[in-house]
Design a protein around this ligand. Structure first.
Ligand code: PCA
Length: 217
């Protein structure tokens, strides 16, 4: 087995009536790439509560990645949205791709209420801005499948020494935004560039910077 440390990078399949999910389109282009001495393994997760969790656990067991980065579509957001926190809650506004719609259930029963990202989110934000990419810190990953995966990644990372995890939401692709009046979008190349910057920064930044990026509401 290769001794190159691995990064597990996940995206999702289309949901909510869309025909693409830009998170997977971006993530798949990085599969097999070497970034900062690490090998990227891209994995598509289904937008389904039950099976995505099972697939994530199996992939972490099998690949023993040192960095876990989840990526998901957040239609309506206008920037690369670096998540700060994931909560132990499922509250699905729409059914998932398997028809499940959990309301007020924990992601993992008996586990902590929340985890903070263990990736250097402020350093990642600054690096994205320095490269001219619109990016923000988000204080909620929602209560749907993305939050679940963000939470599960942090839960799994917390049990493994030296393993860090985080999540980034991305805007609609231009194709998705085109028919929606006023909807924000981001080109795939910019999303991919942002993810590369995020990973490179995570690898080179063991301790995050203190940099104001809070929200008033
Ligand atoms: N976005 C959804 C789930 C899959 C995805 O790409 C979310 O934000 O929860």
């Amino acid at each position: 087995m290769s001794t190159v440390p691995r990064i597990l990078l996940t995206g999702f399949d289309p949901f909510g009536g869309e025909s693409i999910n830009p998170s997977w389109e971006a993530v798949r282009t990085l599969h097999g790439k070497r970034i900062g001495g690490h090998r990227v393994v891209a994995l598509q997760l289904p937008t389904e509560f039950a099976s995505s969790l099972r697939m994530l656990k199996a992939a972490v067991r099998e690949l023993t990645p040192v960095i876990l980065l989840g990526v998901g579509q957040a239609g309506g957001r206008s920037q690369l949205s670096i998540e700060r926190v994931a909560i132990n809650l499922q509250d699905a506004r729409i059914p998932d791709n398997a028809g499940a719609q959990p309301v007020d259930e924990p992601v993992i029963a008996g586990a902590p209420a929340a985890y903070f990202s263990t990736l250097p989110i402020k350093a990642m934000l600054a690096a994205m801005h320095a490269q001219g990419l619109p990016a923000e810190i988000s204080n909620s990953a929602g209560t749907y499948v993305c939050n679940q995966i963000a939470y599960a990644m942090l839960y799994l990372a917390a049990k493994r020494r030296g393993v860090r995890a985080g999540f980034i939401h991305i805007p609609y692709s231009p194709t998705q935004a085109a028919p929606r009046h006023g909807a924000a979008s981001m080109a795939l190349t910019d999303v991919v560039r942002g993810l590369e910057i995020a990973l490179r920064t995570a690898i080179t930044t063991p301790v995050d910077r203190k940099l104001g990026a809070g929200a008033l509401d």
